[in-house]
Write a protein that binds this ligand. Structure first.
Ligand SMILES: [Zn+2]
Length: 101
């Protein structure tokens, strides 16, 4: 007998509850940080692992800016708050999971 999911009753192998939970509960935050010499950095937090790496690469390409990622934070050079949100929407993230602050 395969292990069954208590939530949907399907075998765990084909159940997508965990994926859905993760997507529903995920909150992405976009905020701006002031750096030295009046420069800004845009931070996108709330992603992790491979998804964060992939998204960081896409954001850097779409916004044509430099950036790094570590500890669940994507740091983009410059002030790209609005552009970053647009880019995330284009990448398929849901508007209601994105917080701007
Ligand atoms: Zn399930």
């Amino acid at each position: 007998m395969p292990e069954m999911c208590p939530k949907c009753g399907l075998p765990k192998e084909i159940c997508v509850c965990e994926v859905l939970d993760r997507e529903t509960n995920r909150r992405i935050k976009i905020f701006k940080e002031k750096k030295k010499f009046r420069k800004y950095m845009t931070v996108v937090s709330g992603l992790s692992g491979e998804e964060m790496e992939r998204t960081a690469k896409e954001l850097k390409r779409m916004l044509a800016c430099g950036g790094t990622y570590k500890n669940g934070m994507i740091e983009l050079q410059g002030d790209h708050k609005d552009a970053a949100k647009k880019a995330l929407l284009q990448l398929g993230y849901q508007e209601e999971t994105i917080d701007m602050s």
